[in-house]
Design a protein around this ligand. Structure first.
Ligand SMILES: Nc1ncnc2c1ncn2[C@@H]1O[C@H](COP(=O)(O)OP(=O)(O)O)[C@@H](O)[C@H]1O
Ligand SMILES: [Mg+2]
Length: 286
């Protein structure tokens, strides 16, 4: 029996508007163990909203509903906003799709990492500085001392993303939700960031939710994959069997990206069938 860190049952994210309600996430269920769980789908399929809903970070007027969202058996839906802040700060970290909003623009990166470190560990300023430099080195930043003195706007997207990952690791979270963490990075840096997350899952027993639109990347990197279409999970696969996926949408996603092993193959246009969004969401619970 798998040791589940997270158990999500019948999750909905709803946005009321003038014409009624738009359902961005529609009845999604899954569990997360000490594994790398991928969530894949086209832009707009509800991946980010699923990740944010777990932390109750959906902005008004959006609404999160679920039968439960349990972290180690305790329903997060029963927690106050103050208790949720503690969950976000310590137990579940999220690397957002756009890291610019997550760092304070008027404080140096070093001061922000040191502050985050001292919030979670009793350490002198000098020790916190040393640890912060180590964290930056752990995410493959070559000149950590310069980065410590810099302000967020001086960083490229890829650097910002790695700094965010370094900060997210400070509290030693049980779960990391990484929303398209490598999409702004070039291929070699992408590999480094994936290796860092891989190490955390293996060495710290962390659970990882890895959100991406790139099904081939997820097939390589994750253990298990949920495939989302129009707010629902249409298929759940072990990553190693992904190339044998049955759902036509999954097959379309696999074929719509260039493959290194078959470069001559013409890219297929993703076909969509209205029936796909009518079928109930497939459960990813184990
Ligand atoms: N504040 C909002 N108000 C209304 N609709 C929203 C809002 N935020 C996101 N959506 C819609 O929810 C759907 C899912 O969005 P999202 O989870 O961000 O998709 P993605 O899979 O690309 O991460 C999209 O159709 C998006 O337009
Ligand atoms: Mg998104």
């Amino acid at each position: 029996m798998m040791n589940n860190l997270l158990d999500v049952e019948n999750l909905w994210v709803k946005f009321p508007n003038r014409n009624g309600v738009f359902d961005a996430v529609r009845g999604v269920s899954f569990t997360l163990g000490r594994e790398r769980l991928g969530i894949v789908g086209e832009s707009g399929s509800g991946k980010s909203m699923t990740g944010r809903a777990i932390l109750r970070l959906i902005r008004k007027p959006g609404i999160v509903e679920a039968d439960h969202i349990k972290l180690d058996g305790v329903d997060l839906l029963g927690k106050t906003e103050k208790e949720m802040r503690a969950v976000r700060g310590q137990r579940i970290s999220m690397v957002m799709q756009d890291p610019k909003f997550s760092l304070n623009p008027v404080i140096t990166i070093g001061d922000q990492i040191i502050e985050a470190y001292r919030l979670h560990n009793s350490a002198s300023k000098a020790d916190a500085y040393r640890k912060s430099v180590e964290m930056l080195e752990a995410v493959s930043i070559n000149d950590p001392e310069r980065v410590m003195r810099a302000y967020p706007h001086e960083m490229s997207g890829g650097m910002g993303q790695r700094i965010m990952i370094a900060m997210m690791l400070i509290p030693n979270p049980e779960i990391l939700i990484a929303d398209e963490p490598t999409s702004a990075l070039d291929v070699s840096v992408q590999r480094q960031v994936l290796d860092i997350m891989d190490k955390l899952v293996k060495e710290r027993g962390m659970g990882l939710i890895f959100i991406s639109h790139d099904l081939n990347l997820v097939a390589d990197f994750c253990d298990r994959v949920l495939i989302m279409y129009a707010g629902r999970v249409v298929e759940v696969c072990d990553a190693k069997n992904l190339h044998e996926a049955k759902h036509p949408y999954t097959r379309g996603l696999l074929n719509s990206l260039p493959r290194l092993d078959e470069p001559s193959k013409r890219l297929e246009v993703l076909q969509r069938d209205p029936e796909w969004s009518k079928a109930p969401s497939v459960s990813g619970r184990v």
